[in-house]
Design a protein around this ligand. Structure first.
Ligand SMILES: *Cc1c(COP(=O)(O)O)cnc(C)c1O
Length: 406
């Protein structure tokens, strides 16, 4: 059974843990996957990877699923890295790029984590999955679970976007609305684990979703010719995206695949209505406090407490980056402004990033000539509530030109 994992490692205290069996948290905190990087260096080169099919599974040596095990997949990954000259110019930037995750299966980057976590769970003999969700994770888990022939239980806040409610239903998950937030849903999943025998697929509560999300960082490096940008803006909820990318960059550096040692500054973007990481960053803390009365239409950011808070804050600080909150009333306008400028289906979470980016450019923290990458983590179509359609009507028998103000 070929793979390059050496062991797993508790993030909070470095305790080594065996690979090849099911793990949840260790001392209530997440677990890293560690690889034999010198062996990977001998086994494969970036040039060889470039010849493989365009899915995230092209980085197989840097992923935990053994080579002889078939992944549970829809061909996800290799999302486009789109230059945004008009949007960039309007912000005063010469080199703005959007990595567009809206095109992935189920319309968000959550499919990266789920292809990995569900593949690993299936390999390790799991038959029944459960997870709390703020929206997109539930849809992705339901789809990958269905593809794997597994039973999936989803618990979501009762005001989760309607498209997320629809998709779990359509993918046949046993899904329930809870009169609380994602952390309340997480408590239900955790407390019934022993009775139901389901495997807890919560963000960072198993080791492999982060390995899937890591591939955003690997793809970005490959798409930029094995170099990294100056600044990355990422909308942060549970934090796997940000943490995963930072892990990817560290692994690439150790492999010697990067043409420059320069690491990007990571900007963790949160909505002002739920910004626990921003609060902890500002206070200089390594752990975040529960954010009270969390509210934002950017549902993926409505995560008032995260088990990986210290991993996010460590990554942001190591990178010389920042955690900044965007304004709630800027979300819908930015969905329209960025979508209109470039035709990209920008989700509310990424709209928050643009509000933050505008401020950082004005402050001079982001320079005009710097290469800036914003992650568009999901598709706007999934958020009817964030941008309710409201088109003017024309009367088919009337003077249409006049009615449309020509
Ligand atoms: C889940 C989600 C986020 C937050 O991602 P984390 O990796 O959990 O921090 C951002 N945007 C969208 C669209 C999401 O679904």
């Amino acid at each position: 059974m070929k793979h390059y994992v050496t062991h797993l490692e508790a993030a909070i205290d470095g305790t080594p843990l065996p690979f090849g069996q099911l793990h949840g948290l260790h001392n209530s905190r997440p677990i890293w996957v560690r690889y034999n990087l010198p062996a990977i260096q001998k086994a494969v080169t970036p040039a060889e990877i470039a010849t493989r099919p365009p899915s995230l599974w092209r980085y197989r040596e840097l992923l935990p699923l053994p080579f002889d095990v078939e992944p549970v997949t829809f061909g996800e990954g290799m999302s486009p890295l789109l230059p945004c000259p008009r949007l960039g110019a309007s912000l005063g930037l010469r080199n703005l790029l959007v990595k567009d995750e809206s095109q992935l299966p189920t319309g968000s980057f959550k499919s990266r984590g789920m292809t990995m976590a569900v593949s690993m769970a299936k390999w390790l003999g799991v038959k029944r999955l459960a997870l709390p969700t703020a929206g997109n994770a539930g849809g992705a888990a339901a789809a990958y679970g269905a593809r794997a022939g597994m039973e999936v239980f989803v618990f979501m806040p009762e005001d989760t976007p309607s498209v997320n409610q629809m998709e779990v239903m359509q993918f046949g998950a046993k899904a329930y609305r809870v009169n609380g937030l994602i952390n309340d849903c997480g408590k239900i999943v955790g407390s019934l684990k022993d009775t139901t025998g389901w495997f807890d697929l919560s963000t960072l509560k198993e080791p492999y979703r982060i390995e899937g999300k890591k591939t955003m960082g690997l793809e970005l490096a490959e798409q930029l010719g094995w170099k990294l940008p100056d600044v990355i803006l990422y909308p942060t909820g549970g934090g796997t995206g940000l943490i995963g990318m930072w892990k990817a960059f560290a692994e690439l550096k150790e492999l010697g695949w990067l043409k420059s040692d320069m690491m990007p500054r990571l900007v963790s973007c949160q909505a002002e209505g739920c910004a626990p990481i921003v609060a902890a960053f500002d206070k200089g803390e390594r752990f975040a406090e529960l954010f009270p009365n969390a509210r934002t239409v950017a549902s993926g950011l409505r995560v008032p407490a995260a088990v990986g808070d210290f991993m996010m804050l460590d990554a942001i600080r190591e990178s010389g980056g920042r955690a900044v909150a965007g304004k709630e009333d800027a979300i819908a306008p930015w969905m329209i402004r960025s979508g209109s400028a470039e035709g990209i289906s920008i989700c509310p979470e990424t709209a928050v990033c643009f509000d933050v980016l505008e401020r950082l450019v004005l402050e001079g923290w982001v320079g005009k000539n710097e290469q800036v990458v914003v992650f568009n983590t999901g598709a706007a179509q999934k958020y009817i509530e964030a941008l309710p359609p409201n088109l003017p009507r024309v009367d088919k028998d009337g003077d249409v030109l006049k009615q449309i103000g020509w």
